[in-house]
Design a binder for this molecule. Structure first.
Ligand SMILES: [Mn+2]
Length: 379
């Protein structure tokens, strides 16, 4: 993934600015180094983009491919399926896909618009417009990254601060809590009707990326109010996405959490808590169960940084690592920037939530992370 575009750590208070109007306008959209990479892309590089520019590109498209990131969550899928429905209603042919895994995660099967999903092999090689949603870098597309070269125009819609701006048009708002929030602005600029089905998809991304509104700013609560007013079952959507696990999850948690370790001196005294999810631990369970572990581990009071190492089911030496951080006290804004740490380890993400993929033995993985946390902030 990504390179942080802002070398100065953003204070937590900055994250909330803009949501309630302290910053005017929908921040940030620009083209970047990735924009001119493909000789096949005919569209001129736009110096800046706002929702209106995204609308222009969308409205002009004859066919659209929407790509979600690998191991999709409800923000990328909710965004992809909401956009597909809007395009479909306007008579623009659209397909939505993600490279892996093979199947739609079970918790997301009730998202409206899933009829627009196609398997990766069916994603057209050439397309008028390719839109990526919630992808901080081209690498997040996995095997479907090759479709970037067959697209006349690439529109990147995202909210990751570490976004590499790999599109021809980049609508990146890193003050937004979710990509579905950014997309809502596009829909409003386009005059699209946000009905129950669209609202369901948008809410799915919003509730997931705000941790059930635990870290959602004022703008997210306002958006939730608007989406709930369409009549969607917010509690039901939340329960399906975030609060439903099979019984086997409990014994998995028991094994994994029982082996968690605390390193109080890590990250210059901020402390690190970590746990390993070996593939055998997750046998028969879904990715949703594995992804939930970090939300328990990160509650540890003695550590401001949390990590969960998740072993690949197909390659035992390959590990996906989730990182979380938090401020040591309210208003201190002193959290370790885990996006920066993850970027140095080959991944990326947000200041408070990031990840990377790595290879090695468990001892190697912990040593590499501890070394990076020790180095962070010293150079
Ligand atoms: Mn997101």
């Amino acid at each position: 993934m990504p390179i942080p575009t802002n070398p100065t750590p953003t204070r937590k208070t900055d994250r909330y600015r803009g949501r309630d109007g302290a910053r005017t306008g929908p921040a940030v959209a620009s083209t970047g180094p990735g924009a001119g990479e493909s000789s096949l892309r005919m569209t001129a590089v736009t110096p800046s983009a706002d929702p209106a520019v995204a609308v222009e590109v969308l409205a002009a498209a004859r066919s659209v491919t929407v790509l979600c990131h690998i191991q999709p969550d409800a923000d990328t899928l909710g965004s992809g399926l909401a956009l597909a429905q809007v395009l479909h209603r306007r008579g623009i042919p659209v397909q939505v896909s993600f490279a892996e895994p093979d199947e739609l995660p079970a918790s997301m099967r009730s998202l409206p618009g899933a009829e627009h999903l196609v398997p990766p092999a069916q994603v057209a090689a050439q397309v008028d417009l390719l839109v990526t949603v919630d992808c901080g870098s081209a690498g997040r597309l996995g095997a479907l990254a090759d479709r970037l070269d067959g697209a006349q125009t690439v529109l990147v819609i995202d909210h990751h601060r570490s976004n590499t701006r790999f599109g021809t048009v980049n609508l990146i708002d890193d003050t937004a809590d979710s990509t579905t929030s950014v997309l809502t602005r596009v829909f409003d600029a386009w005059g699209a009707d946000i009905d129950r089905d669209i609202a369901h998809c948008l809410f799915a991304g919003l509730v997931t990326d705000t941790g059930c509104f635990r870290w959602g700013g004022a703008a997210s609560h306002l958006l939730a109010d608007r989406l709930l007013a369409t009549g969607i079952d917010g509690a039901g959507i939340t329960r399906t996405l975030m609060d439903t696990h099979p019984f086997g999850w409990l014994s998995m948690l028991s094994r994994v959490l029982g082996s968690a370790r605390l390193e109080p001196a890590a990250a210059h005294g901020a402390g690190l808590v970590y746990a390993f999810v070996h593939s055998a631990d997750a046998d028969g369970l879904r990715s949703e169960e594995v992804e939930s572990v970090i939300d328990v581990v990160r509650t540890t009071a003695e550590a401001d940084v949390a990590a969960v190492f998740k072993q690949s089911r197909t390659e035992p030496q390959r590990w996906m690592v989730s990182l979380r951080s938090r401020d040591s006290g309210v208003g201190t804004g002193d959290a370790v920037d885990v996006a920066r740490v993850a970027t140095r380890l080959g991944g990326g993400g947000h200041r408070y939530a990031a990840g990377y993929t790595t290879h090695g033995t468990s001892d190697d993985l912990v040593a590499a992370l501890l070394a990076e946390l020790a180095a962070d902030g010293t150079n």
